[in-house]
Design a protein around this ligand. Structure first.
Ligand code: PLP
Length: 432
């Protein structure tokens, strides 16, 4: 049995003062993590865990990567905040972004969190939209953050009431639970034709905000043909494509942007989680003409207290330079294939795994009561999550889906070890 004493005492101590409303992961896990090194976390009682959630899908290079620690430590002794004034690392960071991103996304504004950068993208859309185009499109099952503008685009239960506002909704490519009751490939990707029709018939829509792979909803990967139809409709109707790559941007799916994999050329891209290896940092990347549009680029439009802060810039510069130098995108693609194979074997073995899907090092496992009814089983997902933690594996939990997103730097042996622990956890949870 793993030691828990010091953790329990610490959690009891914070209970009287800490507001409730923690993530399901923290509430179910009840762990106090004290240290992280590469893919391994250590809790306050000295137990170790393989971290297949990479923080919160943030530590692309693993915990406390030495080069990021060095960059942050050097910067911490030098300068922390001068609003958005230029500091020495900023020019190099912008050059690195320009090398890693598709050529047409050559202009960048810097922020600190996912919701903040999504809001900035919405401001650009609203400022540059032709008169009368006052609605913004989003996809069912998309997640974009919890600030009001971002929340307006999220139409599923994330713990409190939605604020629908002025957004319009399209069907997500959730084939396992097709909202139209159809099956691939005979469906002809009808969900996409309906989004297409929506775009064409609602001339007041200025932009479609989308996750290329819908992350929080359980790693929903679009089938071929989905984005071809939608991006063509957006182009034909002057609707901007705004990719929310807060989760996928920075290489998680094996290309720097997941948009590249699905063949979409977005006009604006929001990125955050993986960019600075867990340090709060975000980038809005966009077409030159959009981000320079005088209506969008009013004085102070891209500034905020922590936007451009030198610590975030130092961490992002170090992280992205390691990703580029060590050719980690290729590694993500290669390890992703392996992980997909291993998880495919779990799918064959466990009846309660309704579907396993993913790209690169981003995978979702959907738990069901049985394959025939496909009834979601959040209780089983929670039990597997808790059992995995007890065995020394940390994954990400959301409803009836577990997500796996190990650091890009993990090796094959640890990848196998993690999947082995997960198999044991499922075995235990199913038998309980
Ligand atoms: C796709 C996407 N957009 C936006 C956000 C919001 O980011 P943050 O929690 O940093 O505000 C998230 C967070 O998980 C996300 O996954």
């Amino acid at each position: 049995m793993r030691q828990q004493d010091r953790q329990r005492a610490q959690l009891r101590r914070e209970d009287p003062h800490l507001a409730p409303g923690a993530s399901e992961e923290a509430a179910v896990g009840r762990r106090v993590f004290a240290e992280g090194r590469g893919p391994v976390l250590t809790d306050l009682d000295g137990n170790q865990y393989l971290d297949f959630a990479a923080g919160t899908l943030t530590q692309s290079l693993g915990h406390t990567h030495p080069e990021v620690v060095e960059a942050l430590t050097a910067q911490a002794g030098r300068l922390w905040n001068v609003h958005d004034a230029a500091t020495p690392n900023r020019a190099q960071l912008l050059d690195t972004l320009a090398r890693l991103l598709p050529e047409h996304l050559d202009t960048y504004a810097l922020f600190s969190t996912g919701a903040e950068v999504v809001e900035a993208a919405l401001r650009v859309v609203q400022a540059t939209a032709p008169p009368g185009r006052n609605r913004i499109g989003a996809l069912r099952h998309g997640f974009h953050g919890k600030t009001m503008g971002a929340r307006m685009l999220v139409h599923w239960d994330i713990g409190h009431q939605a604020f629908a506002g002025n957004s319009v909704l399209g069907y997500a490519p959730y084939c396992y639970r097709c909202p139209l009751g159809l099956e691939r490939p005979t469906c002809g990707v009808r969900c996409a034709s309906l989004v297409r029709r929506h775009i064409a018939e609602k001339p007041n829509t200025s932009a479609l905000v989308f996750e290329p792979v819908l992350g929080a909803a359980g790693v929903i990967v679009p089938p071929p043909g989905y984005w071809e139809q939608i991006s063509e409709a957006a182009r034909e109707n002057g609707v901007l494509l705004v990719a929310d790559e807060v989760l996928t941007g920075g290489g998680r799916t094996g290309t720097f942007l997941a948009s590249e994999l699905i063949g979409v050329e977005p006009d604006l891209v929001a990125m955050s989680k993986g960019l600075a290896n867990g340090f709060p940092f975000a980038v809005l990347a966009g077409r030159h003409d959009l981000l320079h549009d005088p209506a969008a680029a009013t004085p102070g439009a891209y500034a905020s207290t922590y936007a451009s802060n030198p610590l975030g810039i130092a961490a992002a510069r170090a992280t992205l330079e390691v990703i580029e130098r060590d050719r980690l995108l290729e590694q993500v693609a290669r390890l992703g294939e392996l992980l997909g194979d291993r998880l495919g074997a779990l799918h064959e073995r466990f009846e309660n795994l309704g579907e396993v899907r993913g790209l690169g090092l981003l995978w979702g496992l959907e738990f069901v009561t049985d394959r025939a009814s496909r009834t979601p089983s959040p209780a089983l997902a929670r039990a597997v999550y808790a059992a995995a933690l007890d065995l020394g594996l940390r994954v990400a939990l959301g409803g009836h889906v577990l997500r796996l997103a190990p650091p890009f730097t993990i090796d094959e042996a640890l990848l196998d070890e993690g999947v082995g622990l997960l198999a044991k956890a499922i075995e235990q949870a199913v038998a309980a």
